[in-house]
Design a protein around this ligand. Structure first.
Ligand SMILES: Nc1ncnc2c1ncn2[C@@H]1O[C@H](COP(=O)(O)OP(=O)(O)OP(=O)(O)O)[C@@H](O)[C@H]1O
Length: 402
C-alpha cells in the first residue's frame, strides 16, 4: 500500500529544486506564453499532461485547473484514462510530458510521499490486523509525530467522519460504508492539500453509495479541501461535483458544472454519456409564419414537422438533432400527433415511448399528465443541433438560444 503524502512547507515544490524526469517539469513561470497556470489560488493544475502505457496513448495532452476547495469529478467510460490521470496527480505514475502543479508549485516528478496529496482507493486498503485508530494513525506514525499529537489528530478526524464509536473496532467488525469512512479519515488525517478518490464507492450497494457520497461531499465542504474524484457513474458525478471533467479517450471533452453539462453538452459524446438523449437525423428550420403557435422553429424528420421552441441552431441541411426526454412535451396545443407505444410510471414522472412515424422518442412528463391515451400531441422544448460531433449554437441574427 502506498503511504499518503506529507505537506511540503516551503513555497517551491520539489520539482523546482531538482529538475529530473518528465519533460517541462521545471521552472516555467506564470507569464511564459503557453506555460502552466502557477496561480497559488489554483488548488491543482494539470498542464499538457500526457502518458503512454503499453504503447498506447492513454492520456493525451490534458489540461485541468481545479480551484482551491473545489470538488471535481473525472467522469468517463471505462478505459478513458481517469485512473491514469489520478495516479499522475498522486505521483504513482510519472507523466511522459506536461506538468502537475499544486498550490502553484511544481510536483510533476515528486514521489507520492513528498506530495501534499492523499489518495483513497477503491478497495479501501485498510490493514485487517489493525483497529480503526491504528489504521488512521498509520501515516502519522511513519512520520514519527509525537504520540499525543497522533492521538489528538486521529480522534479529531474520526469525529469528523462520525466514527468515534468505532475507534477500537477492527475493519471486519464494521460495515462497508464505515470502512470507506475509515479510509477517508486515514487520508484526511494527513491534512493534504489535495484529496484524491478513485471510485471510492464502487464496492457499496446502491443505497449506501448514495448515503456515503453525501457524507463525502459534506465532509469535503466542511474541511474545504481541493478534491479530485474519479467515477464512471454520471449520477454520482452530477450530484456531488462543483465541476465535472468528462473524459473520452484520454482527453477532456467538456469541463463544466452539472447543470451546464446536462443542458448544454458541447459534444455528441457528452450529450450521449451524460443523461438520456433522443438523437435522430433531422432538419431544424425557422417556423413558417403562423403555422406552429408560439414556437419559433420546427424540426423536420422525414414528413413529420414538430414545432420547437428553442433550437440551438438552424440548419440548411439535415444533421444530428438531440432532444432530452423532458424537452419532448406531451399534450401541448399545436403539437403533432404521436402514437403512445408505452407508458412507464416512474414515481414523480412518467416515461412515454412515442411513435412519430420515422421516429421513436422517449419523453419524461410530469406525473399529472393524463395517461391511457392512444395518441398525444408532441412539441419540442429544446433541440440541440450537432455537426461533426460538436454542438452548433449559432442562430441567425445573433439570436440566443432560449
Ligand atoms: N500499466 C499499464 N500498461 C498498459 N496499459 C495500461 C496500464 N495501465 C492502464 N492501462 C490501460 O490504460 C487505459 C486507461 O486505464 P485507466 O485505468 O486510466 O482507465 P479508467 O478510465 O480509470 O477506467 P476504469 O473506469 O475502467 O477504471 C486502459 O485501457 C488500461 O488497460
Amino acid at each position: 500500500m502506498a503511504e499518503p503524502t506529507s505537506a511540503v512547507s516551503d513555497r517551491q515544490g520539489p520539482d523546482d529544486r531538482s529538475a529530473t524526469g518528465a519533460a517541462g517539469a521545471t521552472g516555467t513561470s506564470a507569464t511564459t506564453a503557453g506555460g502552466p497556470d502557477r496561480d497559488a489560488d489554483a488548488g491543482l493544475v494539470l498542464h499538457q499532461v500526457a502518458k503512454t502505457l503499453g504503447g498506447r496513448l492513454i492520456v493525451d495532452n490534458l489540461d485541468l485547473r481545479v480551484r482551491r476547495g473545489e470538488l471535481v469529478c473525472l467522469l468517463g467510460p471505462s478505459g478513458c484514462g481517469k485512473t491514469t490521470t489520478l495516479r499522475m496527480i498522486g505521483g504513482f505514475l510519472r507523466p511522459d510530458a506536461g506538468q502537475v502543479l499544486i498550490g502553484g508549485r511544481g510536483y510533476t516528478t515528486t514521489p507520492p510521499e513528498r506530495r501534499p496529496t492523499a489518495m483513497v482507493f477503491q478497495n479501501y486498503a485498510l490493514w485487517p490486523h489493525m483497529n480503526v485508530f491504528k489504521n488512521v494513525a498509520f501515516g502519522l506514525r511513519l512520520r514519527k509525530l509525537p504520540k499525543a499529537e497522533i492521538a489528538e489528530r486521529v480522534e479529531r478526524t474520526l469525529a469528523l467522519v462520525n466514527l468515534t464509536h468505532h475507534i477500537r473496532s477492527f475493519p471486519a467488525q464494521i460495515s462497508g460504508g464505515e470502512q470507506q469512512r475509515v479510509a477517508l479519515a486515514r487520508a484526511l488525517v494527513l491534512e493534504p492539500e489535495v484529496l484524491l478518490l478513485d471510485e471510492p464507492l464502487s464496492n457499496l450497494d446502491a443505497k449506501l453509495r448514495v448515503k456515503v457520497r453525501e457524507d463525502i461531499k459534506e465532509i469535503q465542504q466542511r474541511v474545504g479541501i481541493t478534491t479530485v474524484f474519479v467515477t464512471h457513474d454520471q449520477d454520482e458525478a452530477l450530484s456531488i461535483s462543483d465541476r465535472i471533467a468528462v473524459m473520452n479517450a484520454g482527453r477532456i471533452e467538456q469541463y463544466a458544472g452539472a447543470h451546464d453539462l446536462y443542458r448544454e453538452p458541447r459534444t455528441r459524446f457528452v450529450a450521449d454519456f451524460v443523461g438520456t438523449m433522443n438523437f435522430f437525423e433531422g432538419q431544424v428550420r425557422a417556423a413558417p409564419a403562423g403555422g406552429t403557435g408560439d414556437a419559433g422553429a420546427v424540426v423536420e424528420v422525414g414528413d413529420v414537422v414538430v414545432p420547437c421552441h428553442a433550437p440551438s441552431a438552424l440548419a440548411e441541411q439535415p444533421g444530428l438533432v438531440g432532444v432530452r426526454p423532458e424537452d419532448v412535451r406531451v399534450g401541448h396545443p399545436g403539437g403533432v400527433p404521436a402514437r403512445v407505444v408505452r407508458e412507464v410510471p416512474r414515481g414523480h414522472f412518467t416515461e412515454f415511448v412515442l411513435d412519430l412515424g420515422p421516429l421513436t422518442l422517449r419523453a419524461f412528463v410530469g406525473a399529472d399528465t393524463p395517461v391511457g391515451q392512444e395518441t398525444v400531441p408532441v412539441t419540442f422544448g429544446r433541440a440541440l443541433v450537432y455537426a461533426d460531433g460538436k454542438l452548433r449554437s449559432e442562430l441567425p441574427g445573433g439570436r440566443a438560444e432560449g
